[in-house]
Design a protein around this ligand. Sequence first.
Ligand code: SF4
Length: 193
Amino acid sequence: MMMPNAALEAAHLIDRLDRLARSGGASGDLNPAQWEALRFVSRANRFSRTPAALAEYLGSTRGTISQTLIALEQKGCITREESPRDRRSIMLELTAAGQRLLRDDPLRALASDLAKSAPERLEDIVDMLRDTLLTMLARNGGRPFGACYTCRHFASGGGSSARAPHRCKLLDEGLSESDSRAICIEQEPAAAS
Ligand code: SF4
């Protein structure tokens, strides 16, 4: 039987999953906002690990983000240093303690539940959620912050060394394998082939 208004039902389910995942986010002495910031710092590339990019990613104000970053620094999870690329900018880096904390990230429980409930449909789910995100951004504005290897500026194998086998054609910078999986403020989705 065709489900009446399946899109609205899916929206309710996504909302409920989000709330339940967040309610588990108080573990590890971090509140949900601090977990979101810590995840961003662990996933973003070197062009994007700034307070301004984090504020844009979370759709938050610079003032709110600043409080969150101060708390994370006091807890020893991140450092805030002058950027080597732009001395007016702050670069965020994950510490070893931050990396350890992320091993117990409550979001991993949701990932595990997804893997158990739909192991053969995970790639379809990711594609569907990514398309939905892009549709929402087209309506509301904002950047996708997609993975580097999905960007139209990503040149696979275009780098000049073993440490940086790929290249960013926009920024003219070498990219490592881990860079290729990181999220980026400048990412623009490649056209579907
Ligand atoms: S290729 Fe795209 S996503 Fe990767 S660093 Fe360049 S602009 Fe960012």
